[in-house]
Design a protein around this ligand. Structure first.
Ligand code: C2E
Length: 368
């Protein structure tokens, strides 16, 4: 690849490898962004050509970021960090993109840095609170469990949804600190419910980010809050995406296996949206399969729901339909034989003190 890059640049340009799979081209005297983009296009085409390695034909993609000296600051560190920002943006857009670092991109990055800073303070100030959404037994309306969903409660403002701030947290280890705080809050809430004799013995599912799943401290991070608050680990479920478990490295699966052996339930969400290797499922630590909202709301996806239900039965695990909003969807779910559902039809996520008001039958919860 280095040799190929050296072939696409002009005499006098410099090609270097920053480390790992990162390369840099320094092209002095390029007079316009368009010329820089031309060089990047040549590099991208050259990278994409198949390559023979030990009898195998391999193809590689590339994401390219361009920084120019137009911002006036031509120090090496600024140029590299601007190029890095553009590469990050190129990767976010999908493979094979070329992105120029513009003033707009720099401003967006500055805004994101500011948001990350505020989020860190919010975590310290206890502004990241949990709302809970019940998972309902379709037949009886009883509450089987809750899912904990994080909200940023900024004083004097409406709660901010996680889709707004979690991607910012996921850029760094901040997301792991947030997940750890959620686990601690859930353990404390379970104790409070028991003490107040509401939702006694109920189970709660918590979302874990891929970064937390990959953390070497995952088991400690999940089990320690349960120990500290003297809560039975069997009351905690961790929700992981289908992709992270099906395609997870052996390491992730071993950690989940051990957590499961400690009593933690493993809930696989968005099940059916990725390509699942059914034969492999049998060996994976799974307790619950969740069907995502897009599948639930699409009448054409009924066969897919039936397939997930059959898979759940075969594996001996529970199946939950997520995002049920209408009684038609609830009927479809019930007709397939799915016993548990979650969605606005039954109750929206709400803070713990408002949960009773959201669903009358939550006064007499059963646990699954
Ligand atoms: P998710 O795990 O798929 O959570 C379900 C999302 O669907 C929640 O959005 C919930 O409010 C929403 N929802 C529930 N029922 C319905 C419905 O009937 N219709 C519609 N349209 N939406 C429904 P929310 O709370 O905004 O959370 C979004 C995502 O953020 C979650 O998706 C989860 O991936 C992530 N998340 C939430 N809390 C945490 C957390 O504490 N830690 C981490 N790492 N991720 C979290």
């Amino acid at each position: 690849m280095s040799r190929r890059l050296a072939e696409v640049v002009r005499p006098g340009d410099v090609v270097g490898r920053l480390g790992g799979d990162e390369f840099v081209i320094i092209a002095p005297g390029v007079t316009s962004p368009d010329r820089a983009i031309e060089i990047a296009e040549r590099a991208r085409r050259s990278f994409a050509l198949p390559m023979d390695v030990d009898g195998l034909t391999l193809t590689l993609g590339s994401s390219i970021g361009i920084a120019t000296t137009s911002s006036g600051d031509t120090s090496v560190s600024t140029m590299l960090s601007e190029a890095d920002l553009a590469v990050y943006e190129a990767k976010a857009k999908g493979r094979g993109e070329i992105v120029l670092c513009t003033d707009e991109l720099l401003m967006t990055a500055a805004r994101l840095d500011q948001l990350e800073h505020e989020l860190r303070s919010a975590l310290g100030a206890g502004e990241l609170a949990l709302h809970y959404q019940p998972i309902i037994q379709v037949r009886t309306g009883a509450v089987l469990a809750f899912e904990a969903l994080i909200r940023w409660e900024r004083p004097g403002e409406p709660p901010v949804d996680p889709s707004v701030f979690l991607p910012v947290a996921a850029r760094s280890e901040l997301i792991v600190a947030i997940d750890a705080s959620v686990l601690d809050q859930v353990a404390a809430q379970l104790v409070r419910w028991d003490e107040d004799d509401v939702h006694r013995g109920v189970r709660v599912g918590v979302n874990l980010s891929p970064r937390s799943l990959m953390s070497p401290d995952l088991e400690q991070m999940v089990l320690e809050p349960m120990r500290a608050h003297a809560v039975d680990p069997a009351r905690l479920g961790i929700e992981v995406s289908e992709n992270s478990i099906i395609r997870g490295s052996g390491d992730v699966i071993e950690k989940l296996d051990r957590l499961r052996a400690s009593g933690i339930r493993i809930i696989v969400e968005d099940f059916g949206t990725a390509y699942s290797m059914l034969a492999r499922l049998e060996d994976l630590p799974i307790d619950v399969l969740k069907i995502d909202r897009a599948t639930v709301e699409n009448p054409g996806a009924t066969p897919l729901m039936q397939m997930v239900m059959a898979t759940g039965q075969h594996l001996g695990v529970k199946v939950v339909a997520e995002g049920v909003e209408t009684s038609e969807q609830a009927d479809r779910v019930a007709a397939i034989g799915i016993e548990a559902a979650q969605g606005f039809l039954y109750a929206s996520p709400a803070p713990p003190d408002r949960l009773l008001a959201t669903h009358p039958s939550s006064a007499s919860p059963t646990s699954d």
